[in-house]
Design a protein around this ligand. Sequence first.
Ligand code: NOJ
Ligand code: CA
Length: 551
Amino acid sequence: MSKSASHSKDKNWWRQATVYQIYPRSFADSNGDGIGDLKGVTSRIPYLQKLNLDAVWLSPFYPSALADGGYDVADYRDVDPRLGTLADFDELLAELHKVGIRIFVDIVPNHSSNLHVWFKEAIDAKPGSAARNRYIFRDGKGVNGELPPTDWVSHFAPSAWTHESAMGGKHNQWYMHWFAPEQPDFNWNNREVEDEFLTTLKFWADRGVDGFRIDVAHALKKDLSEPLRSLPVFEDLEQRGNKGKGVLADRNELFQIYKEWRKLFNQYDPPRVAVAEANVHPDRVPLYASAKTLGQSFDFRFIDTPFEASSYKENVQDALKVAEKNKSSCTWALSNHDQIRHATKMGLNPAVNRKAWMLSNGTSHPLDMASGTQNALAATLFILALPGSTYVYQGEELGLHEVTDIPENQIQDPQYLRNNKIEKGRDGCRVPLPWKKTGSSFGFGTGGAHLPQPQWFADYSVEAQESDAQSSLGTYRQALALRKKLVTEEKIKWHKTKDVSVLHFSRPNGWHCITNFRAISYPMPKGKVLISSHPLQDGKIPAGTTVWFKK
Ligand code: NOJ
Ligand code: CA
């Protein structure tokens, strides 16, 4: 029996899975146009297989004008012609399933692209029409409606409102967008929108998709009662701890939507799974991650935690408590397509202001690339030993660093372009992967890369690490293979150490993990070493090293 067949009925496969995030435009380019595509992903399945993954998550590959890297979706049930066809998607899915790798797709329900057929209809329609009621259109303030309806701010532009004339509308209304103006927010108080997304979820689930990553899952429902409430401070938009009654996010009515989605997911065998991207107060996470709603929610705590023992321990204890409460499992991540690569964060002095450093093209402070990669590997082995699922972002297995010096005229990210250039943006973690030491776009494709790759990519390429078991890639491969064998009950036990910067925990089957965050060196406890993120020195664990061992 094939691996996929033997796994296919396991309802709990997601609880301790390793999920690899692919940003399709930057993974592998099959036709030399400089843009990664679905056939490129299919061609690299042997590579994915060697990583010993349970699933891959594909960031959006739908038709899009790329106002926000594909998170501006023009058609939820098709493939961008630059990335392939639905037939290519089906082929990719079938080939992944053949080797026992499941597949998540990204669902972007808070907003569409301005090029979505519904938004085009809405812009052409009259105020008060059914077409406009699928989005959030309002009259402006001021004598002639020349001012935005509220002071809501957007993540990527100063205002969350754009006058319809900017999109060719002939009336005098404004529409709401929490992200770029090319990403109008849907009106989730309209049943038609709910039905449309159920159709989309069913479309992909029927094709065999195993799971869904839900973009901005906390923002679908808004308080749209008149008069619209004011919300001037950007930080407040995240609605931390608003008890479900905020203006723009984390409202209690959301869970009704997700309960319906869950009913749909449970009609499949095995049930389809979902993970919420919900930037909410930890107390609210169980609502998104319950078995009655989406089932899992990303835990982003580690993304901004310095590589430091006490904060790491606190994170784990907190997350385990939350997971226990909702009977879900934890979801660990160190990187994703929105964040500075974690090897880079861990090679920078933690006191450095990263925003300013990025804006200086990485020149304002030195980056220790080698220690960044070493610490990153230690952090990875630490989280891989924990119960729960782990999300790995493409390229982190290479120990890859952020590209900090993308010239201004090649920047694609609206975070930079739309937001008064106060943040460099996220292109630096989305640069096409280096597969080879030399050649056109380091083996990404035969026709260059859509974002510039630096020379140092050669040393971080797959080819440079392929046959080196001690390399970052070699360590990921071994660790992920071991993890598959070692995974056990979802419990951990902490063990005392003689240094506050060393953490030691074990799992019920005698699998131990010890991390030396920064002590000069630490005696290796008795046991059989299974893997070490960095070589032991004279039987001791050097700083920036994680060791797995068995007693
Ligand atoms: C979160 C996604 O991860 C990010 O890339 C995107 O810009 C926003 N949501 C808006 O869709
Ligand atoms: Ca291509």
